[in-house]
Design a protein around this ligand. Structure first.
Ligand code: HXC
Length: 503
């Protein structure tokens, strides 16, 4: 009989072995590709010594194609609980050194376990993906495993924040779990997401394309919009996840943590009094407006390189987390199109699901016209944003800075969509369209007549659609005061099973 001490030594030996994943050679190969191992990534992400690993002794149960002889402790995923800035999170990191991180049924059980714990306890889930997809030797078991993860992604949606990092290949059905989560981060140069790889593309369509051009970080963060973030390396990506979490509550029953700041809530912003150019066709920098308004000029942008005609992101104002949506006059004059509508709608719905008030900064000449937009269903896609604002019940504050024309006026958190407090600057023009367009249609009026009647905020204010026309320099103080007044806002929706937004 071995002594208690011997048993402890044996435990330590087994634990140490499990830390090696697929072994030193494969760890070296991982490093040679410029990638970190699953455990190294977790260590960078979490507070020091906060990680408690689960299931490090788990083995797969596959006996096909010699797999009974190919066992590694913990199989191809490292999973458990830890903290980020003292707040609990659940995490899993696919281990590419074990069978290319390919998903076995056992691995899916490990992932589902942390997702279930996150749901029971109301904590975010972070998945670090680096995997060759379904483990081919397992057949249907691997597919079942994916399906069970997807179902949990769906059930957790809107309950706890779900964050995906793509830190290597992500092929086949494996892309659908990240796609069901709230935010996707990618590493430039080493990560890919695609349904079918270049070889299958070539054989099915004849198209020649490499991995990077098919599904690299640039493709998804700029063109498809599948990923919200792209970072040059793993370290900066993991830092950004921590920053994102600082704006979010841990679950949908909580409010986001308050961030104390030395930036005064009554600070005036004199620069804003002179930011709007004389000519309404000239652009200005909307980021400068945002940076003036928010605490310490600290704005965390989401989807920075996708649909740049609209800006979305998080900031703190008076210490409170806010989701900001702003038209960007310096890009496509800030017109709304299919992608801008999709991008902003998803952001508005996220904020609403997680009790984050919305601040909307409006300068929009309208929707982008033309066949390309119509054929691409700008009607349904524009309706997504309309729907998102109209259903949102979090505090909604709108500041109209300059143009607010036509349907885009209504969409951008107007009074008519249950916005709570609507301000406008004296430079605001709220009308069906700009003067030039109107004069072209109503031939018996002059541009001057139209301008003096509509190109100001007072017609809307007369109707009570704008609570107040404010001096730009007072905007920060007025918005923070409005946000504070909304703290106990409570508003409902009619009883229904779920909505049917125009997907
Ligand atoms: C089993 C796999 C695997 C897989 C990789 N490996 N992918 N094992 N099932 N899906 C193993 C390799 O055999 C190898 O094992 C090790 O992982 C490392 O793989 P390499 O190919 O040597 O690495 P690399 O050259 O970096 O290429 C990585 C890769 C490539 C691009 C991911 O392995 C690849 O193309 N894999 C298949 C991708 C794919 O088509 N997946 C889709 C599956 S279907 P050894 O022992 O030699 O180290 C799917 C459907 C899911 O996912 C549907 C859900 C609804």
């Amino acid at each position: 009989m071995s002594s208690q001490l011997d048993k402890i030594v044996e435990l330590q030996r087994r634990k140490e072995l499990s830390l090696l994943g697929g072994g030193e050679k494969r760890i070296e190969a991982q490093h040679a590709k410029g990638k970190k191992t699953a455990r190294e990534r977790i260590a960078l992400l979490l507070d020091p010594d906060s990680f408690e690993e689960f299931d490090c002794f788990v083995h797969h149960r596959c006996t096909n194609f010699g797999m009974e002889k190919k066992h590694f402790d913990g199989d191809g995923v490292v999973s458990g609980r830890g903290s980020i800035n003292g707040r609990i999170v659940y995490v899993y990191a696919q281990d590419f050194t074990v069978n290319g991180g390919s998903l076995s049924k056992t691995m899916s059980e490990k992932i589902c376990k942390v997702m279930d714990l996150a749901m029971k306890t109301g904590a975010p889930v972070i998945g670090l993906n680096d995997s060759g997809g379904a483990r081919i030797q397992e057949g249907i078991d691997a597919l079942a495993g994916y399906g069970e993860i997807f179902e949990r992604n769906i059930l957790a949606s809107g309950v706890v924040p779900q964050i995906s990092a793509i830190m290597g290949p992500c092929a086949g059905g494996a892309v659908y779990s990240p796609a069901l989560t709230d935010f996707i981060f990618m590493v430039e140069g080493t990560s890919n997401m695609f349904l079918t790889g270049p070889a299958v593309v070539k054989s099915q369509t004849g198209e020649d394309v490499d991995q990077e051009s098919l599904g690299g970080a640039a493709v998804h963060s700029q063109k498809s919009g599948v990923a919200q973030f792209a970072y040059p390396d793993e370290e900066s990506l993991l830092e950004a996840i921590k920053k994102l979490l600082s704006f979010l509550p841990s679950n949908n029953m909580e409010k986001a943590p308050v961030k104390e700041s030395s930036d005064s809530a009554v600070r005036l912003c004199p620069k804003l009094d002179s930011i709007i150019p004389e000519s309404e066709n000239k652009a200005y920098d909307m980021y400068q407006v945002i940076n003036e308004l928010v605490d310490e000029g600290d704005f965390f942008e989401i989807h920075k390189d996708f649909a740049q005609n609209i800006i979305v992101g998080f900031a703190h104002m008076g210490g409170e987390s806010v989701g900001i949506v702003a038209n960007k006059p310096a890009y496509m004059s800030g017109t709304l199109d299919i992608n801008a509508s999709r991008k902003a709608a998803r952001f508005v719905r996220f904020c609403d699901a997680f009790n984050i008030p919305l601040l909307t900064l409006v300068d929009v000449p309208g929707f982008l016209p033309g066949t390309q937009q119509e054929y691409g269903a700008v009607i349904s896609n524009g309706a997504k944003l309309l729907y998102a604002y109209g259903e949102a019940t979090v505090p909604k504050i709108t500041l109209t800075i300059r143009k607010a024309y036509g349907g885009a006026y209504i969409v951008m958190s107007s009074k008519h969509l249950r916005s709570d407090i609507n301000y406008a600057w004296p430079s605001a023009n709220i009308a069906v369209m700009g003067a030039k367009g109107a004069v072209g249609i109503l031939k018996d009026i002059t541009e001057e007549e139209y301008d003096s009647l509509f190109c100001n905020p007072y017609k809307a204010a007369e109707r009570g659609y704008i609570e107040d026309v404010i001096q730009p320099s007072e905007s920060r103080f007025r918005i923070i005061r409005a946000l504070k007044s909304m703290k106990n806002k409570s508003q409902g929706l009619p009883a229904k099973k779920h909505d049917n937004l125009p997907l």
